[in-house]
Design a protein around this ligand. Sequence first.
Ligand SMILES: Nc1ncnc2c1ncn2[C@@H]1O[C@H](COP(=O)(O)OP(=O)(O)O)[C@@H](O)[C@H]1O
Ligand SMILES: O=C(O)C1=C[C@@H](OP(=O)(O)O)[C@@H](O)[C@H](O)C1
Ligand SMILES: [Mg+2]
Length: 202
Amino acid sequence: MTPPTHETLPREGAAEIVERLGGRSVVLVGMPGAGKTTVGRRLGQVLGLPFVDADHEIERAAAMTIPEIFALHGEAAFRDGEKRVIARLLAEGPRVIATGGGAFMAPETRDAIARNGLSVWLKAEVETLLSRVKRRSNRPLLANGDPEGTLRALLAVREPVFAQADITVRSLDIPHDVVVNAIVDAVGARLGVDAARPAAAG
Ligand SMILES: Nc1ncnc2c1ncn2[C@@H]1O[C@H](COP(=O)(O)OP(=O)(O)O)[C@@H](O)[C@H]1O
Ligand SMILES: O=C(O)C1=C[C@@H](OP(=O)(O)O)[C@@H](O)[C@H](O)C1
Ligand SMILES: [Mg+2]
């Protein structure tokens, strides 16, 4: 009897979830620090789908970092690139896609996700977000000396829009795999997959 390990993945029910997605992607949305990038990578492994982070794709396409794009071209140019990249990723078939925290605010991106994906809002409290974003300084919007005030202001505007996502999952400070399992359960339930339970040990 060996306990399940990362090597036993994908999880039971994953194949049926992917089948029922019918080519749609699972798209993580939510605030900076919600865990979209970290949890998304594990979710891809668990579902047996390729994972892609939209911010990384934008950086690759632009051959510069997000802070450089903001500094050299401005936020509007970043948002244009973000819309194009996410539309392309959605068109390329079933994946787990981690978006950047502002992506879901664009109506055309929400429409594209509604057509070609299932949106999952990773929801977290400001205190949780703040403690997480403090660890890295690659978020130009939060590099203004008042990350807490900025996060609160962004959350007030964005929360009603994130609430339009198909599924909401809390991103508590618990092991990433627990959050991943909660997403798989919620996606499975939404798609009517009964077997979307963790594989039993042994
Ligand atoms: N469930 C969690 N518990 C504790 N820390 C987490 C959790 N999910 C993410 N983190 C941490 O929060 C930070 C931000 O995560 P990240 O995936 O970059 O968020 P996002 O892409 O939503 O901005 C990272 O250091 C990550 O390890
Ligand atoms: O909230 C935002 O507007 C942004 C969030 C970032 O992504 P994360 O949410 O992954 O940090 C990145 O797209 C960019 O710095 C803008
Ligand atoms: Mg991210």
